[in-house]
Design a binder for this molecule. Structure first.
Ligand SMILES: [Zn+2]
Ligand SMILES: [Zn+2]
Length: 177
């Protein structure tokens, strides 16, 4: 077969944008949402069930994690990405911080303004727990329900605590005298 050296071979045009280019095409810089003076970058495609943006790369699924890797640096294995602006769909690298799991959990708990049942976390309605804060209304409800379910046990505890209290009083009265 004779080869035609004069013939022009079609050059396949590869139109491939960089990851950063593809990524940035999916955000809108917010005009209303800010954190410490810089605007949130709102992820435009549909969010996942947890409210996060999804963006698939070789080693990532989450848009905010990709944002961190693209514009800040690698994410250490023992750290998670925390949204300082507390908006899960935001991918502004300035609003993202790599923190240990525990700190992330604590910050998320602190950011909540109400308990799972919707009672407000006001100072009057909040008590400290080993893992964050508790709701006093819910605690009261739980105790009440338990008493209703275990009336005998509840009565016994009640009389015992009264007796203990009386004994304590008696002792301290003795000390005073
Ligand atoms: Zn933000
Ligand atoms: Zn509650």
């Amino acid at each position: 077969m004779e080869i035609d050296y004069t013939k022009q071979h079609p050059v396949k045009k590869i139109k491939k944008r960089s990851i950063a280019g593809r990524f940035l095409a999916k955000i809108v810089v917010s005009e209303v949402l800010f954190h410490e003076g810089s605007a949130c970058w709102e992820w435009q495609p549909k969010l996942d069930g947890g409210g996060y943006g999804r963006f698939r790369t070789e080693d990532e699924h989450y848009a905010h994690r990709t944002a961190y890797k693209l514009f800040v640096g690698s994410i250490p294995d023992d750290k998670e990405i925390d949204h300082r602006c507390r908006r899960r769909h935001c991918v502004n690298p300035l609003h993202l911080e790599a923190v240990p799991h525990k700190i992330n959990q604590e910050r998320m708990a602190e950011a909540k303004t109400e308990c799972v049942k919707g009672h407000p976390f006001t100072p009057e309605n909040t008590f400290k727990m080993k893992s964050g804060r508790g709701c006093k209304i819910c605690r009261y409800q739980r105790v009440k329900e338990w008493r209703e379910r275990n009336p005998e046990h509840a009565r016994r505890i009640n009389t015992e605590s009264k007796r203990n209290w009386r004994q304590k009083q008696a002792k301290s009265d003795n000390i005073v005298r």
